[in-house]
Design a protein around this ligand. Sequence first.
Ligand SMILES: O=c1[nH]c(=O)n([C@H]2C[C@H](O)[C@@H](COP(=O)(O)O)O2)cc1CO
Ligand SMILES: [Zn+2]
Length: 197
Amino acid sequence: MGDRTPPLRSGSSKREDYIGWNDYFMATAFLAAKRSKDPVTQVGACIVNDDKRIVGIGYNGMPTGCNDDIFPWKKDNNNILENKHLYVCHAEMNAILNKNTSDVKNCTIYVALFPCNECAKFIIQSGIKEIIYMSDKHAHKVTTIASKKMLDAAGVRYWQYIPKSEKLVIDFTKINWNDMSQLPTSPMKNLELSDNE
Ligand SMILES: O=c1[nH]c(=O)n([C@H]2C[C@H](O)[C@@H](COP(=O)(O)O)O2)cc1CO
Ligand SMILES: [Zn+2]
């Protein structure tokens, strides 16, 4: 019986170019990356639970209390102690530690870059079950190879995300446009009419 019931049709015409969930969460990770002070590589991560709720966001940065105007951002300094890699907290680690739920078990993490071996350990230990990443540009590095070795052993799924379009633009001024109200079929126009009736 249920199979023959025609799909419900609403009178409104829904906007069709809204972004999908994967674009939304990956874009959130990329937006977080914009907070990073790293002059070379900005990474963001966004953790999402089964209900499609964001439960953690992070980006790469110096640990709390370690002044990012004083700690080094260079990576080729002869003085080993003056290189950022010794200090920077990675985006994935920060996203996990920033969680706003008791745990992130069975969650999915959206990341700009494939997680390194240290982040893979955090991901595995926190119970995250899926990684959706944008770039695997360090695939040849031992840190990535070791990462995949651990993720495979632990049964954490990972796959590369191909976004629908290369760019997603946020225009803060758009909210002030009133094009919609000028369209004869726009919901705002309809609202005005029905208010007048
Ligand atoms: O998964 C990651 N997450 C993450 O936050 N990072 C950060 C650490 C550094 O601040 C920066 C990498 O620096 P660089 O590309 O200059 O080596 O990205 C790097 C990776 C990949 O190694
Ligand atoms: Zn890492």
